[in-house]
Write a protein that binds this ligand. Structure first.
Ligand code: LLP
Length: 465
């Protein structure tokens, strides 16, 4: 993944980058279940319109407008449940709210027996207002404010994940002044960074999160935390990256975290009861991605930790994980209406939609790849190489870099980009004063707005003149 935005330039002129999934699918009408939410189907009795949760996308567009994020509630619940079941009763699954958070989602998570990871006062407020019990909330962040920490301690969150030496003292002081003993974990950086198919096991302490294991810094953090009355140190936390398919990064991380647990036992005579291995498990954005099932991931992580603990003669701690993308990512697609279509001879056809980088910044920001399909009808026209772009005043405003769409695509058609449940609405902006789309949950033939569309009144209300 590229880390640099590239608003214009020669890269955009490549017809298909090397190594890109090449050529159109045999049938553009087919919807690969790997990238689409579980209840998505094409209704061949109704001219091939796509339905989700028992409702067709034309009805959704009429009722709720476009663009809209359409979220399959059954799929969300099933994925949440699959993670919960895979890890069983000896482990905890904390859904990472940064991927997408709303009060409806908090209620679903609560009902499905998951916990919640929040990383700001806003996420904490959303979780509490939707009734998530505070003791099932973990509070993260590299720069939590005093007021955020105070609210979290007062609310009684189950754990605060300490991210720096200063925060160890800060949280201890706040807890003590409130007459409380706060359960905490310490986030360490184990020198592993993983992205997609690769991981790098050196020199990745150079980042803003956590306390490096290197140079005895994590051991020193533990020493200090154990001395402070306001803190109850319950475990060590490690998060190694995002959109990861390769488990070997977790293996190295678990090895190093368990090594620290062993050192803590040897030095302090204390066996910390928990270890959190973070989130970061990958999903399929295109048919070329092969994500692992929660059951396989749970088995692999549990085996790694158990093996490492046996070797170190430690009791196996309670494991927790923090998947965000892997739960919500595949459950939603963004529904757009096609506007201007501009064929550029010999290059590709630019297909403009009524949203863009304000509802999905990931393509511009990370060079992320997405799929796209015509969903308001079926078409057997010849495939055309297309680039789906938004309506923003910027040439880097690309939603799908390279994709094949039917050559008879026309203004007014509906197209959908799957796997936009994670880090799209939660990273959406008002760039160009474009209004952020709603999130519409569908289930059993019903649609329900769970986050409403922004209005011009919303914009003007914030602009106090
Ligand atoms: N736990 C911690 C401590 C994290 O920092 C994160 C993500 C997660 C869990 C959840 O990771 P997930 O399972 O969702 O990959 N905006 C980027 C992703 C940033 C992830 C930040 N931390 C993107 O759109 O790809």
């Amino acid at each position: 993944m590229s880390r640099s935005a590239h608003p214009a330039g020669p890269r955009h002129a490549d017809v298909l980058p090397e190594g890109h999934y090449s050529g159109p699918a045999a049938d553009l009408n087919e919807l690969d279940p790997k990238v689409w939410a579980q209840t998505v189907t094409r209704d061949d009795d109704a001219n091939g319109v796509v339905t989700v949760g028992g409702i067709d996308v034309k009805t959704l567009a009429e009722r709720h407008g476009t663009p809209a994020y359409v979220l399959d509630e059954d799929d969300f619940r099933q994925r949440a449940r699959a993670w919960r079941t895979a890890f069983g009763h000896d482990a905890d699954v904390f859904y990472a709210g940064k991927a997408f958070l709303s009060r409806a989602v908090v209620r679903w998570l609560h009902e499905e027996g998951l916990n919640l990871d929040v990383c700001s006062g806003g996420e904490l407020a959303t979780a509490l207002s939707a009734g998530m019990p505070a003791d099932r909330i973990a509070f993260h962040g590299n720069n939590k404010s005093v007021s955020e920490i105070t609210r979290a301690v007062e609310a009684g969150v189950g754990r605060i994940v300490l991210d720096s030496f200063q925060e160890i003292v800060r949280v201890a002081h706040i807890a003590q002044s409130l007459g409380k003993r706060q359960r905490v974990q310490i986030r360490i950086t184990v020198g592993v960074e993983a992205h997609t198919h690769e991981f790098i096991a050196t020199a990745h302490e150079d980042q803003k999160f956590g306390i490096p294991l290197a140079g005895g810094q994590a051991a020193e953090a533990v020493r200090r935390a154990l001395q402070l009355d306001g803190l109850e140190l319950i475990g060590i936390h490690s998060h190694i990256g995002s959109q990861i398919f390769d488990m070997s990064g977790f293996e190295v991380a678990a090895h190093r975290v368990v090594g620290l647990l062993k050192d803590i036992r040897d030095e302090h005579g204390v066996e910390l009861p928990e270890i959190d291995l973070g989130g970061g498990l990958g999903i399929a954005y295109t048919s070329d991605d092969d994500p692992r099932e929660p059951h396989d991931i749970a088995k692999a992580l549990t085996e790694i930790v158990t093996r490492e603990c046996d070797a170190a003669r430690l009791r196996t701690p309670r494991i927790s994980v923090e998947p965000g993308r892997a739960i919500v990512g595949p459950t939603a697609f963004t529904l757009y209406e096609v506007g201007t279509i501009k064929p550029l001879d010999g290059l590709r056809t630019y297909v403009s939609v009524d949203g863009g980088m304000s509802d999905n910044i990931r393509t511009a920001l990370y060079d992320a790849e997405y799929s796209v399909a015509l969903v308001s009808r079926r078409s057997d026209a010849e495939p055309m190489l297309a680039r789906v772009v938004g309506k923003h005043c910027e040439s880097g405003d690309i939603v799908v870099k390279d994709a094949f769409l039917p050559g008879d695509l026309a203004p007014g058609d509906l197209i959908a980009v799957p796997a936009t449940g994670a880090y799209c609405r939660s990273m959406a902006s008002n760039y160009n004063h474009v209004l952020r789309p709603p999130v519409v949950a569908v289930k059993d033939g019903e649609s329900r707005v769970i986050v409403r569309r922004e209005t011009e009144e919303d914009l003007l209300r914030l602009d106090v003149g």
